[in-house]
Design a protein around this ligand. Structure first.
Ligand code: ATP
Ligand code: MG
Length: 249
């Protein structure tokens, strides 16, 4: 075993590696008088952060022209890295081009998409997974073209519930109704949820927070995803200190 220090979070193929230049330290992109959280794509659509989400959306749309990516999971090594914010902003950016997007909150431990979009969780994914339902409980959002499947009530056994065949049925229903289906997950470095979902999705995005993600955890997340042969599309680097206009590819 080599004792040389590991490289900077060794990240997967960088074909899509992109940066959403969001800063938790600079301007407040996430809070407003209107509510606890405002998505930058809605609140500041002309900002450099919004442009970065548009670039990411464009990269994903043109990543594989022969077989466009329809189902994309978003995960991160640890808790609070910025998965849900990234997913919600990316959903809006994808929908801006006239595409329809369904965002599924499959983080059945700390669901956040309903809060980010300012709606009640109500009936959602867990209801679909635990009972037979013929129709997706789709919630409208303020973002044109973006619909949401909220988490629903939190189950006691999220991993088993996500591993069930019913999740594939949910995905199938979503794919039939949208150009893109984005799936939010629990942190991949800590929990197995994302690894259970990843093989069933066309690709995974790994959100890494420059200010927060621990290198060890990043490596563990990547290994978890590689072990299940996930198609890791790239890394979205968020929370770049000091300059939210910074772009890196
Ligand atoms: N683009 C952003 N701009 C400002 N703040 C952000 C941004 N992204 C994340 N944050 C802040 O970081 C915190 C965590 O973000 P988020 O909920 O997206 O992370 P997460 O990885 O989904 O967390 P969890 O592991 O709990 O699901 C939030 O409280 C949010 O305020
Ligand atoms: Mg989250």
């Amino acid at each position: 075993m080599s004792s040389s220090p590991p490289p900077q979070p060794s990240m997967p193929p960088d074909s899509l590696t992109s940066l959403a230049p969001v800063s938790r330290n600079g301007r407040s992109l996430a809070t407003s008088a209107a509510g606890p959280t405002t998505l930058v794509m809605l609140a500041e659509p002309r900002s450099s952060a919004a442009e970065a989400y548009r670039s990411l959306a464009a990269n994903l749309q043109f990543a594989n022209l022969e077989q466009p990516l329809q189902t994309i999971g978003v995960t991160s090594p640890g808790g609070g890295d910025g998965k849900s914010n990234t997913l919600a902003n990316l959903a809006i950016a994808l929908a801006e081009g006239g595409r329809t997007v369904i965002a599924i909150d499959a983080d059945l431990r700390r669901p956040a998409l309903h809060t980010l979009f300012g709606i009640q969780s109500g009936e959602g994914l867990s209801n679909m997974l635990m009972n037979e339902h013929a129709q997706l409980p789709l919630h409208e959002t303020a973002a044109p073209g973006v619909k949401l499947v909220t988490s629903g009530p939190l189950p006691t056994n999220p991993l088993d519930v996500l591993a069930s065949r019913r999740f594939d049925q949910v995905l199938g229903l979503a794919c039939a109704q949208a150009d893109f289906v984005l799936v939010d997950t629990a942190p991949a470095g800590v929990l197995a949820d994302a690894a259970v979902l990843a093989p069933r999705l066309a690709g995974m995005l790994l959100v890494v927070s420059a200010g927060r993600t621990k290198r060890d955890l990043a490596r563990r997340a990547r290994e978890q995803l590689e072990r299940v042969n996930a198609n890791v599309l790239g890394v979205v680097l968020v929370d770049v200190k000091g300059d939210d206009k910074l772009y890196r590819y």
